[in-house]
Ligand binder design. Sequence first.
Ligand code: L5Q
Ligand code: CA
Ligand code: ZN
Length: 303
Amino acid sequence: VTEGATTGYGYGVLDDYKSLNTYYANGTYYLYDTTKSMSGVIETRTANYGSSLPGNYSVDSNNAFTSTSQGADVDAHYYAGTVYDYYYNTHGRNSYDNNGATIRSTVHYGSNYNNAFWNGAQMVYGDGDGSTFDPLSGAQDVVAHEITHAVIERTAGLRYQDQSGALNESMADVFGYFVEPEDFLLGEDVYTPNKSGDALRSLSNPDAYGQPSHMNDYYYTSSDNGGVHTNSGIPNKAAYLTIQSIGKTKAEKIYYRALSIYLTPTSNFSAARSALLQATSDLYGTGSTYNSVASAWSQVGVN
Ligand SMILES: Cc1cc(C(=O)NCC(F)(F)F)no1
Ligand SMILES: [Ca+2]
Ligand SMILES: [Zn+2]
C-alpha cells in the first residue's frame, strides 16, 4: 500500500494547463499539497454548490483534473501555492500565520455566487454567474487578495470599518498587485467574461470604477462597513504612485514592513502614511525614496 505526494495536472478556469501538487491515497488523488518547505500544507475542497464549509476534498481518480467543473479547484489550489511562495520567497513569511498554517480553500460555494472571501479560517470562492464573474479563484490577484486578508488578521489586524477597513481592503489589493504585477487592475481575469478591458478595481485609476483617489472625495456611508471597498481607492492610488516612483522591489518591502510591524487595528490613512514612512526610513533612510513615499500620500490628500 503506497501513499504520498504526487504531481498531477489540470486545466484552470481559463482552460490553461497547470501542473499540480497532489496527494495519492487508497486509489484517489487529492488537491493536497505537502511540498511547501517549512510545513505549510495547501488543501482545496469543494462545497458542491452548497454553503456548508469546509466541504469535501477536491479529488480525482486519475490525477488529471481536466473537467470543466474542476477549473475552479485547479486554480484555487495552484494560486494558493503561488501566494504561499510569494510570501515565503519575498518576505520570509511561512504561510499567513508565519508558522506554517494550512491554507485551506473551498470552491463551488453557493449558486452563481459573485464573490470570494476569507471567513477567518479559510478562503471561500463562488463560481460567479458567468456574466459578472467567472469562478473567482481563476484570478491570481483575487486569491492573493483573500490570503492577504488572513495575513492582515495575523499582523496589523486592521479593523474592518471606515478608514482602517479601507486600509485593510487596500493592503489586500496592493499585495494582489505584488503577487500578480502584470497590471494595476484587480480581478480582470474573472470579471465580466464577455467583456474585455474591465476589472473589479484599478489601483492606477480608482475613479474609473467609482472609487475616490483623493481625500476630498472620501465617501461617507454606513454601508459596506463605511465604504471599505470604495474608500480603498485613496490608499490604492497612493500605492500606485509609490510603485511608479520607487519600483516594486522597494515598495513591497516597505509595505510588508509597515503591515507586519507598524500598523495597528485602529490605524487610519494618516497613520498608514506614518507607518510607511517609518518603514522606508528603516530600510532606505530619509532620502529620495522617503520623499517619494511622502509625496504619494500628499498627492491623495493624506498628510
Ligand atoms: C463591492 C464588493 C467588492 C468585493 C470584493 O472586493 N470581493 C473580493 C474579491 F476578491 F472578490 F474581489 N466584495 O464586495
Ligand atoms: Ca490584476
Ligand atoms: Zn477584500
